[in-house]
Design a protein around this ligand. Structure first.
Ligand code: FES
Length: 111
């Protein structure tokens, strides 16, 4: 199974929309299959710069940028992260490609 790094935005706009709860619930869902986050790391991220499209959640190395995420979407997102489902396509492609690229460039960088 692919090791994955998942960021949940904790910037002001996303926090106002409930990203704190999204982070907690996603982490709890993933804990069921990877209790110590050995394969799947769930982390907070300061702000992706796509605040109007929040709540934003990214997956690496998949390079999937989910936008407008709600708690209702989390079981599907978790299933994909755990290798048991497909990416949740309806939540992708909502923000500018150059905004997405900034985070992928940073994560691809060896430094
Ligand atoms: S507050 Fe989440 S992208 Fe800026």
């Amino acid at each position: 199974m692919t090791n994955r790094l998942c960021y949940v935005c904790e910037g002001g706009d996303c926090t106002e929309k409930g990203s704190g709860d999204v982070f907690d619930k996603l982490r709890d869902l993933i804990k069921q299959s990877d209790p110590n986050q050995e394969r799947i790391k769930i982390r907070r991220y300061p702000c992706f710069g796509a605040c109007d499209q929040g709540i934003n959640v990214t997956l690496y190395p998949d390079k999937i940028f989910y936008s407008k995420v709600t708690e209702a979407d989390l079981p599907e997102i978790a299933a994909h992260i755990e290798g048991k489902g497909e990416p949740v396509k309806r939540l992708t492609g909502k923000c500018q490609p150059d905004v997405e690229q900034i985070i992928w460039d940073m994560l691809d960088s060896p430094y």
